[in-house]
Design a protein around this ligand. Structure first.
Ligand SMILES: [Zn+2]
Length: 166
């Protein structure tokens, strides 16, 4: 199971796989990293407060650290009000956003990207653990344990990363 160790800004910047080195140096990284609930995170996701169409996430899977740069085209439009996140299978009151990741390497340079629906606030880990209330009816009633739901979230995230880095 992916219990994350706290990461530093430098570690996060070094982990980006789908943007240029220059971009990874300049992009917005949260300043409050030390206060993030790392032990309850499968990934840390955040938005650029100055450019809401930019979002980022970083995770560590099987000992390998990966950060992705994501775009949220036309935030808030063309999306069902209560869509489901493809990573954590929550339909949060705060909504989901289509997030698009340029693919790593040559494919990305040629404009290829892959998209997924993600919780708009990127708080999947906290919803799955019940650490953040996603709103009434946001989580399916299901027989899986929390640990199994966490495992499923990690599996979905790994599959998305694999599509970006393939
Ligand atoms: Zn989610």
């Amino acid at each position: 199971m992916a219990v994350m160790e706290p990461l530093t800004e430098q570690q996060i910047r070094a982990a980006f796989v789908n943007c240029t080195k220059g971009e990874s140096k300049r992009l917005h990284v949260p300043r409050d990293l030390a206060e993030r609930p790392w032990a309850d995170l499968d990934f840390l996701g955040w938005r650029d407060p100055r450019s809401p169409e930019r979002a980022y996430l970083v995770t560590e899977l099987d000992g390998s650290r990966t950060a992705l740069a994501l775009r949220c085209p036309t935030p808030g439009t063309r999306q069902p009000p209560r869509g489901m996140c493809a990573i954590c299978l929550t339909s949060p009151a705060g909504g989901v956003s289509l997030m698009v990741a340029p693919r790593a390497g040559k494919a990305g340079q040629q404009g290829n990207s892959v998209g997924t629906y993600l919780c708009t606030d990127l708080a999947c880990s906290l919803y799955v653990r019940g650490r953040r209330n996603a709103g009434p009816g946001a989580r399916m009633q299901e027989s899986l344990t929390t640990a199994e739901q966490i495992q499923r979230t990690v599996t979905n995230l790994a599959a998305f990363i694999a599509r970006v880095t393939a």
